[in-house]
Design a binder for this molecule. Structure first.
Ligand code: A3P
Length: 285
């Protein structure tokens, strides 16, 4: 595999952000009962949730989301800086991970943590990822769109196959510790989803607070928040002349990229791999 990646249980992780020590820290991590996990396959709405959850857990106080970069306020558990950020952090900690369920540390299962799993139409995940690979120097060049479709379907992308990630988390047997959210539902009714999330997180927030959080977490507002739009990352790592991190923020951009043949093939492969899994696929129109 390319020199930019390391392989962890068959999954590709960028060397820039992951190393043997950080993965060991991930494996041995001791969860607290009041930890909140955000789980995503990359490009499904991670950054969005890194804005929403801290805003809800603070009761609508936007200090954290306007003063701390998203990777600090909600660190990736498997990444190099996790130990630094999480060491002294008071409860409740908010942590993000791209790992599949079966690789989560044992204390994830034995504790009472809550988890929010965000999914997105895989065609839009692929498009978002395609542009991300163009702008992020720590990732492989994606090649042509057609080549990238092949890589995506073969799982030769960050954190492996989308279908494996979906099956792993959608079938996670952890009862009401997990809430499933779709990117498309957030696009459709952000305040409604934020209300459901606040109830899941046992936050009794007024309508005004939910309204204010939804406003702050809108695409246009986040695009101008330097703590969330990745503008603090040097150009040599993320070249915004090629693409923005908060790029379009819509559902259905796949229509502007897939040919009918590419889409039919992509959909057939995904549906075949998900067959028999009891997981309902939501294809956006
Ligand atoms: P696009 O590239 O399609 O615009 P992740 O954070 O998991 O890497 O996902 C990034 C994707 O989420 C990008 O998609 C980004 O624009 C989108 N996103 C982030 N915040 C958003 C928001 N407030 N509203 C809509 N989409 C958002």
């Amino acid at each position: 595999m390319d020199g930019k990646y390391l392989t962890y249980h068959g999954l590709l992780c960028p060397k820039e952000t992951h190393c043997a020590d950080s993965l060991k820290y991930f494996e041995e991590f001791q969860c607290r009962d009041d930890d909140v996990f955000i789980i995503t396959y990359p490009k499904s709405g991670t950054t969005w949730m890194q804005e929403i959850v801290p805003s809800l857990l603070s009761g609508g106080d936007l200090t954290a989301v306007t003063t701390l970069p998203n990777w600090d306020r909600v660190p990736w558990l498997e990444e190099k800086r996790a130990a630094l950020y999480l060491k002294q952090r008071p409860s409740p900690r908010i942590i993000v991970s791209h790992m599949p369920f079966h690789l989560m540390p044992p204390s994830f299962l034995s504790s009472k943590v809550k988890a929010i799993y965000v999914t997105r139409d895989p065609r839009d995940v692929l498009v978002s990822s395609f542009y991300f690979h163009q702008m992020a120097s720590f990732l492989d060049d994606p090649g042509t769109f057609d080549e990238f479709i092949e890589k995506f379907l073969n799982g030769e992308v960050l954190f492996g196959k989308w279908t494996d990630h979906m099956k792993s988390w959608q079938k996670a047997d952890i009862g009401n510790k997990i809430m499933y959210v779709t990117y498309e539902a957030m696009i459709k009714d952000l305040k409604g989803v934020i209300g459901s999330l606040s109830r899941f997180l046992d936050q009794d927030l007024s309508d005004e607070v939910l309204e204010a959080v939804a406003k702050h977490c809108s695409f246009n507002s986040m695009k101008t928040n330097t703590m969330s739009n990745y503008s603090l990352v040097p150009q040599q790592f993320m070249d915004t002349s090629k693409s923005s991190f908060l790029r379009k923020g819509i559902a259905g951009d796949w229509k502007n990229h897939f040919s009918p043949e590419q889409e039919a093939k992509f959909r057939a492969v995904i549906e075949e791999e998900m067959e028999g899994s009891d997981v309902k696929l939501c294809w956006s129109e």
